[in-house]
Write a protein that binds this ligand. Structure first.
Ligand code: SF4
Length: 328
């Protein structure tokens, strides 16, 4: 089945203009037909249905549904859902993102407990927590993020927690607050190359995002860090290599790269579909630059196979440390 996947949710589906009021006046961009290597199967397994039932039972949002992720059938079959906290409405208006935009409501004080309970019920080993941007909150939602991580640790001990955070732009102290909660992986996506920020991520600043990643390692050099990029928005090969260098300068451990897919005609058009062979070359180039882990394929998303990848990431660090010891 092609992506996006409208059947993923039985939540009320808002009209496009309601989900993205800031984009309503824009001319439509034709949605390009996807190449054969992008096609995915319809989500219809019993495990998928059970994951969806639990998400509803606990009243949670997932980025899998909100972003119309093409991998939802595969991920939810193995109960791997990425929870999106702090509501379903984002204060930014990125040109690539299908998450609803507008003025969000108040934070739900029960959300940390609900996420912890859902993680325990799903029987996960590793969970990914992401959020909308909350520029309206004084701390950008950092304390709430930390409360969710703490609730998972308390309710589902032994589960490793990966967080995929907003940039906390102009929210001093936010990174420190989130980090103090003890996430196992701290992910913040750069998303695209700096030249494209004004059109693709207009509310963000490339060097602020990069600085956030560097800051995490300054505070805790042992913290695993991760970042992701999309291709297909008009970036060049050389620009991708430059961003990889920037990420390595910030000592980021794990890089993910996936193909951008245009969610609606109001979103940025796909410039081109990178081929699986080009993804393999990107992965080779990234490994040569020293990332501990690289995941690059057309359907790679930040949270895709995150549990297995975290195990491999830990193993890669141990192998690197063992190699360093042997040479000493
Ligand atoms: S790749 Fe991530 S966002 Fe997509 S379905 Fe899987 S867990 Fe959800």
């Amino acid at each position: 089945m092609d992506q996006p996947l409208p059947a993923a949710a039985d939540k009320p589906v808002l009209a496009r203009a309601e989900r993205h009021p800031e984009k309503a006046h824009r001319p439509d961009n034709a949605v390009a037909r996807k190449p054969a290597w992008i096609r995915v199967k319809a989500p219809n397994s019993p495990e998928y249905a059970e994951t969806k039932r639990l998400v509803r039972e606990f009243g949670l949002s997932t980025v899998c549904e909100e972003a119309a992720c093409p991998n939802i059938g595969e991920c939810w079959k193995s109960k791997h859902a990425t929870f999106m906290i702090m509501g379903d409405t984002c204060t930014r208006a990125c040109a690539f993102c299908n998450v609803r935009t507008g003025l969000p409501g108040a934070l739900n004080p029960h959300e940390p407990g609900n996420v912890g309970a859902a993680v325990a019920r799903l029987g996960l080993r590793h969970v990914v927590i992401t959020s909308v941007d909350r520029d309206d909150l004084a701390d950008g939602g950092a304390a709430h993020f930390a409360a969710v991580v703490a609730a998972i640790h308390a309710t589902a001990p032994g589960v490793t927690v990966e967080i995929l955070t907003p940039d906390f732009l102009r929210k001093p102290g936010a990174v420190e607050t989130v980090l103090a909660a003890g996430p196992d992986v701290f992910n913040h996506n750069l998303e695209t190359v700096p030249r494209l920020y004004p059109t693709i991520r207009p509310g963000a600043r490339y060097f602020a995002s990069l600085r956030l990643l560097a800051r995490i390692k300054e505070i805790d050099p042992a913290q695993f860090t991760k970042s992701g990029l999309m291709v297909g928005l008009g970036e060049s090969w050389g620009e991708m290599l430059q961003v990889m260098d920037d990420l390595r300068a910030a000592e980021v451990d794990f890089l993910t790269v996936g193909q951008y897919l245009q969610p609606t005609p109001k979103h940025a058009p796909v410039d081109r579909f990178w081929t699986p062979e080009e993804f393999a070359k990107l992965a080779d180039a990234a490994r040569a630059k020293g990332f501990l882990m690289v995941s690059a394929s057309p359907l790679t998303r930040s949270s895709y196979h995150a549990g297995d990848d975290f195990a491999a990431l830990r193993a890669a660090r141990l192998a690197k440390l063992a190699g360093a010891d042997a040479r000493a």
